[in-house]
Write a protein that binds this ligand. Structure first.
Ligand code: SAH
Length: 215
């Protein structure tokens, strides 16, 4: 688990790349500048860790492209102390970005192998995010309501259970779509409980799936 000056230098370049692509929230960039992304990738692929690209993390899943992580995080407008629910833990990288912003992070993964691997790894890095093995469509009613909810897989629709677990004034950021390409939506919960929708461009995510995977 080494983090060298070379890695730190590469992270600075990565931050500059995502800034050039239009990310403006300096707190988000500071978080990305801190997290040793190379440790989240299989060790034989270290040279790819600080390129602005998605990467396979096993079990047919990917760690999102850093720009996409930054874009979703920026839309979430996290303030310190907020309770944030993430759907799709994957490598745990996005959960660490949220934690670096001061959020209390709850995150759900449907693939048992990934869940177990990321739970162990995040604890080893010293992160306190709470990881759950389960179906993200259902959220975490026992820990609701949440200030913010972030879905990191492409969803056909906004899941009703998640909308119900959001505080008034809270946001849900979700790539919405039934094909390979999704529209990044941000829903804001109004005082009357209605979800107001904004669209923020197109992205490509792995799909949000229904059944649990037990391998
Ligand atoms: N946020 C991750 C990348 C997410 S990739 C990271 O930072 O690395 C999307 C993840 O969503 C995959 O790991 C996939 O297994 C998971 N997923 C898909 N459907 C799900 C569901 N219904 N509930 C929870 N996780 C789900």
């Amino acid at each position: 688990m080494v983090d060298t000056y070379k890695h730190k230098g590469l992270r600075k370049q990565l931050v500059n790349t995502i800034r050039d692509k239009g990310i403006i929230d300096e707190d988000v960039m500071e978080a990305i500048g801190k997290i040793p992304r190379h440790l989240f990738l299989n060790s034989s692929f270290l040279e790819f860790a600080y390129q602005d690209k998605p990467f396979p993390i096993g079990s047919g899943q990917t760690i999102s492209q850093p720009y996409t992580v930054a874009f979703q995080t920026e839309l979430l407008e996290v303030s310190p102390g907020e309770k944030v629910l993430e759907i799709g833990t994957g490598s745990g990288y996005q959960a660490c970005v949220l934690e670096e912003l001061g959020a209390k992070v709850f995150t759900i993964e449907r693939q048992k192998k990934l869940y177990l691997k990321s739970k162990k790894f995040l604890a080893k890095l010293g992160y306190k995010a709470k990881l759950f093995y389960g179906d993200g469509y259902k959220g975490l009613p026992a820990f609701a309501p949440f200030d913010k909810i972030l879905i990191t897989a492409g969803a056909p629709d906004l899941p009703d259970d998640l909308a119900a677990q959001l505080k008034t004034g809270g946001f849900i950021v979700v790539p919405l779509g039934r094909s390979e390409i999704q529209v990044m939506a941000r829903f804001i919960k109004d005082a009357d409980g209605k979800m107001r929708k904004e669209n923020h461009g197109t992205f490509r995510f792995v799909p949000l799936l229904k059944e649990l995977a037990n391998d």
